[in-house]
Design a protein around this ligand. Sequence first.
Ligand code: DGL
Length: 268
Amino acid sequence: MDNRPIGIFDSGIGGLTVLKELMEQFPNEKLIYFGDTARIPYGTKSKEAVIKYSFQCIRFLLSKNVKTIIIACNTASAVALEPALKEFDLPILGVVKSGSKAAVKETQNDKIGVIGTTGTINSYAYQREIRTISPSAEVIGQACPLFVQIVEDGWEDTEVAKLTAEKYLIDMKEHDVDTLVLGCTHYPILRYTLKKVLGEEVKLINPAYETAKESLELLTERKLLTESSDIHEVEFYVSDDAEKFRRIGGNMLNRNIKSVKKIEIEGL
Ligand code: DGL
């Protein structure tokens, strides 16, 4: 049993989809969320930059005495999880493995699509992970950088979103994928548009949900679950504009966020 908090980080607000699942699965755990809002997007940055930023996020969470860290960002999971596991001595989970496992379980025709930021797709992390679990799988990766901005602007159900999706998903249709991994925190918000373009029968995998399930398994296996039966307020930290995060984050989580603190991440 371990009553210390669980740390979660993302480049911004998108990782709240993972946090939401964790809040449901771990009602008695203390959760600390850090959104690196000053440096979002990670998806267009170099691998070196994303590793550096991720290590700083991890050091910040370690200063809060966390017992484990969940990287809620796909780009950071894709490029920084392996280096982080070598650098830091605590359990760290990313979203790539869980999303890949779920996709392999779902597919019927062994044709899996993965969409994500340029950083995620170019890292081949999902493509590699899926092929490791299922060597016979055909994996089609597609970077969809414009999707993040479309979601940030609240345009997810517009004609612009649909036309953009049609263009990005041409290969997925040609290859007849039956399962699509939404390999970016923002993409589950586009699920209706994606279904419209790909067809209702294509299964959409949300790694956020799968990651929360895997976290429960990890904490149980390592005997790290809390023994507390209290309900704790999530602690929120950001690297820029705490009030904006409080407002938009509250909408996303469907609950009132009481306080968000801005911290200095650069020197860590
Ligand atoms: N959170 C990022 C991801 O899941 C999307 C936003 C960004 O580019 O930082 O890849």
